[in-house]
Design a protein around this ligand. Structure first.
Ligand code: NAD
Ligand code: DAU
Length: 360
């Protein structure tokens, strides 16, 4: 079986659902259930004996060690993290605690478990660390996309904490021989995406008749990847990646934020039209994110060349599926927009000056 951390979050729950849909190998899903973890994402596998959910903190080395000893997984896939850049600006401590100290605790439990395995099991064991393109910093408009050799230059407390975790993982391979794999992926989108992030926030705010907040001039560029493609990349790296290696994962889909928001408004205008006007009328420019990275882009040629992975979904097909998912899963949306979510929205957006003028 495999041991997953953070499997109740956005990407982790998609990974668990995809894994169990194509594979009979059981999954231990270890998740703290922070505000971002949602057990309802896993409702369809609640009765499935192949899915064992355990609530806990990756920093609790003793609990992780006990679970590893009990279930004897052949791999750990590490998704658990604090993941939202804006939250890391308001409160960086949780990011250091989970992303740095938590990953360290998990690595310690993994090292001690792996060291005691018989040689044959030791050889096939893998620790796959799921990381981000944000560790590479920001690109200018004509810079080449990030490769696995791009120098680290994290700019937010979130990306700095992820960079630190990447370094710890690297050191556990180099020093102790732990068979690690690291993936650095670009922006994901798709089902079960918590509506604090741009795409689900825009869809849910649009339908609620609320402002669609664009930070700064909206010309920041992200490289979007449909979440199922990311999950497929992780499965492939787990299956065939070389221990100690890093694989960049991306969608070859660079888009400016404003273009993404326009696309979402246009799909909503078609699938769920307003009584009058367009969802674009709700676009509101707000004060920029401090330290906002201007452009991310991933060079995903290594994973394609060495492991044969490339994305299946185009942005046009993936974004349409995503909007449709939010339209048909209104109960999920209502459920996650609870008291804590409303407090976050107030904290993040109330101090931003806004202007409703559409600059395009
Ligand atoms: P998410 O915030 O949606 O989910 C994180 C999950 O981790 C939640 O279920 C939460 O309960 C759990 N968690 C948090 N702290 C924990 C702890 N101390 N112990 C155990 N569980 C804990 O995040 P996501 O967007 O699904 O991202 C998953 C991983 O992928 C992260 O490591 C993130 O850095 C990385 N990543 C995300 C993206 C993206 O676009 N979302 C892109 C590249 C990489
Ligand atoms: O690049 C990978 C990263 O992508 C992951 O490591 C992070 O976990 C994930 O959250 C994501 O980070 P971003 O900061 O790029 O994602 P977010 O959805 O928060 O923002 C996307 C872009 O949209 C970014 O340029 C900021 C902008 N934005 C965001 C919000 C929430 C807005 O303009 N308005 C908003 O209200």
């Amino acid at each position: 079986m495999i041991f997953i951390t953070g499997g109740a979050g956005f990407i982790g729950s998609n990974f668990v659902l995809d894994w169990l849909a194509q594979n009979d190998e059981p999954v231990i899903n270890f998740d703290k259930l922070t505000y971002a973890g949602n057990i309802n994402n896993l409702a369809s596998v609640r009765q499935d004996p192949r899915h064992i959910f355990v609530q806990g903190d990756i920093g609790d080395t003793a609990q992780v060690a006990a679970l590893l000893a009990q279930y004897k997984p052949r791999a750990i896939v590490h998704f658990a993290a604090e993941s939202h850049v804006d939250r890391s600006i308001h409160g960086p401590a949780a990011f250091v605690e989970t992303n740095v100290n938590g990953t360290f605790g998990l690595l310690e439990a993994a090292r001690s478990y792996w060291s005691a395995l018989p040689d044959t099991e030791k050889a096939v064991f893998r620790f796959l660390h799921v990381s981000t393109d944000e560790v590479y910093g920001t690109l200018g408009p004509t810079d080449a996309p990030f490769t696995e050799n791009t120098q680290y230059a994290p700019n937010s407390p979130y990306s700095a904490s992820k960079a630190a975790s990447d370094h710890l993982v690297r050191s556990y391979h180099h020093t102790y021989g732990l068979p690690t794999l690291t993936t650095n992926c670009s922006n994901n989108y798709g089902s079960y995406h918590f509506p604090e992030k741009l795409i689900p926030l825009i869809i849910t705010n649009a339908r609620a008749g609320k402002p669609l907040p664009i930070y700064g001039d909206g010309q920041q560029v992200r490289d979007w990847l449909y979440v199922s493609d990311h999950c497929a990349a992780i499965r492939r790296v787990l299956e065939a990646g070389k221990p100690g290696e890093v694989y960049n994962v991306g969608g070859w889909n660079e888009k400016a934020n404003l273009d993404v928001v326009h696309t979402l408004c246009d799909i909503l205008d078609e699938l769920d039209p307003k009584a009058t006007g367009s969802y674009r009328d709700q676009i509101t420019y707000v004060t920029d994110r401090p330290g906002h990275d201007r452009r991310y882009a991933i060079d995903a040629r290594k994973i394609e060349r060495e492991l044969g992975w490339k994305p299946k979904e185009t942005f046009d097909t993936g974004i349409r599926k995503t909007v449709q998912w939010y339209l048909t899963n209104q109960d999920w949306v209502k459920d996650v927009q609870s008291g804590d979510y409303l407090k976050w929205v107030e904290k993040n957006y109330e101090q931003r000056q806004s202007s409703v003028e559409d600059k395009q």
